[in-house]
Design a protein around this ligand. Structure first.
Ligand code: ZN
Length: 116
């Protein structure tokens, strides 16, 4: 389950993002963007998060996950399409030479802190 490694990185990212003068503050919510190309399963991520957050700065935080679709641009005809499932082909010309525009994200977009 590679989600646990990802969760540990997310917790470390959150810890490092909190300024020193606010150490000890509770995080209310953590917002994440996850691209569908990352093959991260949101349910597994939540499961791991609920285990790993104990005794961390995220102990009381809720996890909000925004899934980012896979968008690709065809290098032959320029068409942009949202891709749901492999194989990745252009929806207009059927070509397979696609540039991936989004879907690889795995980003902590923001933290919401409790009032001190
Ligand atoms: Zn095309």
């Amino acid at each position: 389950m590679h989600e646990m490694g990802i969760v540990l990185q997310i917790i470390e990212t959150a810890r490092a993002a909190i300024p020193p003068q606010l150490q000890g503050i509770q995080v209310k919510a953590l917002n994440l963007r996850i691209g569908k190309l990352t093959a991260v399963v949101p349910e597994s991520l939540r499961f791991c998060f609920n285990i790993a957050r104990q005794d961390t700065v995220l102990a009381g935080a809720s996890l909000r996950i925004e899934e980012v679709p896979i968008e690709a641009a065809c290098r032959d005809c320029g068409e942009r399409s949202i891709i749901e499932t492999p194989p990745f082909t252009c929806s207009r010309c059927g070509g397979g030479d696609l540039a991936i525009l989004s879907g690889r994200e795995l980003i902590v977009t923001s933290l919401e802190l409790a009032d001190p």
